[in-house]
Design a protein. Structure first.
Length: 166
């Protein structure tokens, strides 16, 4: 492991948190597919496309997380039973309305972001800049997607807080 300049034994907590994040992303991905397939109603076109964009992004991140675990010289979790057993994300019923779908995604985003912070915290302890950089970008992107989904849930009467200047 000399090429990474990381102590192999100290990497294990990072890998464990990455594997949990991998499991979380697998359930998130399936939730997005579920919603993409089952959306109906007036918001069908917008949400059907948005869910597809999100699951395509999640699919890429799943691969990148697994490859980061491999880069750290460990095998990633790779079967459904392990994902279900280790994920912080729960499954969602197939048939729910659009408001519940978006609310469920925002709740899942909060879970994913919390797990990403766990990964970053472990990676910081061993100065694993590769993992910190990868996950930091994911946090930024997921926060932006969350803001957009939250905006979708609001009414036109809802407004952001006013900025205060000194």
């Amino acid at each position: 492991m000399n090429y990474l300049n990381l102590n192999e034994e100290k990497v294990l907590p990072v890998v464990q948190e990455l594997n949990t994040l991998l499991a979380d992303y697998q359930l998130y991905y399936q939730k997005l597919r579920n919603f993409h397939w089952n959306i109906v109603g007036r918001n069908f076109f917008d949400l059907h496309e948005k869910f597809e964009d999100l699951y395509n992004d999640a699919r890429i991140k799943i691969d990148e997380i697994a490859e980061r675990i491999l880069t750290l010289r460990y095998h990633p979790m790779s079967n459904l039973s392990s994902y279900l057993e280790n994920s912080n994300v729960s499954e969602t019923k197939e048939i729910v309305d659009d408001q519940h779908m978006v609310s469920a995604l925002l709740e899942t985003h909060g879970i994913l972001i919390k797990q990403m912070y766990r990964v970053v915290n472990e990676a910081e302890q061993i100065e694993d800049e590769g993992t910190i950089d990868l996950i930091g970008a994911y946090i930024r992107e997921l926060e932006k997607s969350s803001w957009m989904l939250d905006a979708w849930l609001k009414t036109t009467a809802d407004r952001q807080r006013q900025a205060v200047t000194a």
